[in-house]
Write a new protein. Structure first.
Length: 373
C-alpha cells in the first residue's frame, strides 16, 4: 500500500474538540532509573506468578467461549477486599470492574456525561479526567485549587453552584500533587453537587493504599450519587494487568452496564486479577515498604532544600524551579527519569526501590549544588 499524500491528524475529519490535541502519555526512555509513571517498582512474587500461570492455564482451556460477561467471581472478591480494607461493607452488587480505572471513568462519563453535559475537576489533577471527558463529548470545567494545592471548599462550592456540572471529580490522593482530601471536603462538595443538579460525584482513590489516611469508602453509605474509583495498577503492582473497579450504589453499577462493551473483561484478565487478590497481604506488604521510602524521600528532599508538597501517594511533587523542564532534563542527564507534568516550577518523582531512590537523591543533590554554584 502506497503512503499516499502526507496527512496529519488535523487533516482528517475528526471532531473539532480533538483538533490540536496530543495523546496522553509519559516519556518512555531507556535510562537506568525510571521514576516517572507511578508504577510499583517491585516485581510480583514468584508464588503469585505461579498462581497466575495456573489460573490463566485454566482459563485458556475455554477461550473458545466468551468470558463471564458480568465478572461475578472477580466482583465478589473485589467486594471482599474493599470490605476488609475499607472499613465499610461492600457487596458484589456494589462493584463494577473494567480495563483499568480509565475505562471505569470512561464508562461513568458515557453514562452520566456526554454531549450537552459537563464535568468539573479541581486542577492540577489527573489529566485523564479532562481527556476522557473530551473523548466522550462531555464539556470540561477546570475548578480551582489553593496555592498549596488543596481544594478551596468555598471556591469549589461556588464553581459547582455556578456551572451545575453533571459529574464532579475529586481525586484523593491527588495526582500529580499527592495531596489527600478530607472527608469533610468530600461531603461539602457532594452536598453542593446535589443542590446544583443533582450530579454524580466520582472520588478517585487510585493511590489510597499509600495514604496516611483511611479510605473514604464509608462515605458511600446513604449517598447514591457517590462513586469510589480504584485500580489494581498501583498498590497491587499490576500496571500491566489493566484492571480498575468502582464501588457505588447498585443502581450506578446497573447504569454503567448500559454503555459497557459486550464481554469487555477477557477471561485472562479476570483470571490474573483473581490470582492477585489471593496474594493481597504480600502485595500490601510491598506498599508499606513504598510508604516508608516515600516518607524518606520527603524528608531528604526537604533537607536538601527543595519545596515538597505533602504526599499521601507513592509519588512526590517537589520544586521550586525557575524552569522545571530544564531541571527535568538535568536530572535525566544523570540517568534518572522523573515527570514534568506541566505544574509551574515543579516536578514529580515516583517512590522506587531504595537503590533507585538513592540514585534520584544523588541526582537532585548535584542539581541543587549546580544551581547554587
Amino acid at each position: 500500500m502506497s503512503a499516499g499524500p502526507v496527512l496529519g491528524i488535523d487533516d482528517l475529519p475528526i471532531r473539532d474538540e480533538l483538533r490540536g490535541k496530543s495523546p496522553y502519555g509519559a516519556p518512555q526512555l531507556d535510562v537506568p532509573v525510571q521514576l516517572n509513571t507511578n508504577e510499583n517498582p517491585y516485581e510480583l512474587p514468584e508464588a503469585l506468578v505461579r498462581r497466575i500461570a495456573e489460573r490463566v492455564a485454566d482459563a485458556a482451556r475455554t477461550l473458545n467461549r466468551y468470558p463471564d460477561r458480568d465478572a461475578v467471581e472477580l466482583r465478589t472478591e473485589l467486594a471482599a477486599y474493599l470490605t476488609r480494607t475499607g472499613r465499610h461493607p461492600v457487596a458484589r452488587e456494589n462493584v463494577w470492574a473494567a480495563n483499568g480505572s480509565n475505562e471505569v471513568i470512561q464508562q461513568l462519563l458515557q453514562t452520566f456525561g456526554g454531549p450537552g453535559r459537563t464535568a468539573i475537576g479541581f486542577e492540577p489533577s489527573y489529566s485523564m479526567h479532562a481527556l476522557i471527558a473530551r473523548g466522550t463529548g462531555t464539556g470540561w470545567i477546570s475548578g480551582p485549587r489553593r496555592e498549596d494545592f488543596t481544594i478551596d471548599v468555598q471556591a469549589a462550592e461556588a464553581a459547582i453552584a455556578e456551572h451545575a456540572p453533571d459529574v464532579v471529580f475529586i481525586t484523593s490522593p491527588n495526582n500529580p500533587t499527592g495531596t489527600a482530601v478530607a472527608a469533610e471536603t468530600v461531603l461539602a462538595l457532594y452536598e453542593a453537587a446535589q443542590a446544583a443538579k443533582p450530579s454524580v460525584v466520582v472520588l478517585d482513590e487510585a493511590y489510597v493504599e499509600f495514604s496516611h489516611r483511611d479510605s473514604l469508602l464509608p462515605l458511600l453509605e446513604g449517598r447514591p450519587h457517590l462513586v469510589v474509583s480504584r485500580t489494581m495498577s498501583k498498590a497491587f503492582g499490576a500496571a500491566g494487568l489493566r484492571l480498575g473497579y468502582l464501588a457505588a450504589h447498585p443502581a450506578v453499577v446497573d447504569a454503567v452496564q448500559l454503555v459497557r462493551l459486550p464481554y469487555h473483561l477477557s477471561a485472562v484478565t479476570q483470571a490474573t486479577a483473581l490470582a492477585a487478590l489471593e496474594h493481597t497481604d504480600t502485595l500490601l506488604g510491598y506498599v508499606e515498604q513504598l510508604k516508608a521510602e516515600r516518607d524518606r524521600l520527603v524528608t531528604e528532599l526537604r533537607a536538601i532544600g527543595y519545596e515538597v508538597t505533602e504526599s499521601d501517594a507513592n509519588f512526590i511533587q517537589f520544586g521550586k524551579f525557575e524552569d522545571a523542564h530544564t531541571a527535568w532534563q538535568k536530572i535525566l542527564d544523570r540517568g534518572v527519569l522523573v515527570r514534568d507534568n506541566g505544574v509551574p516550577g515543579r516536578l514529580r518523582v515516583t517512590a522506587g526501590t531504595p537503590a533507585e531512590n538513592d540514585a534520584f537523591l544523588e541526582a537532585v543533590r548535584a542539581l541543587k549544588k549546580e544551581q547554587h554554584a
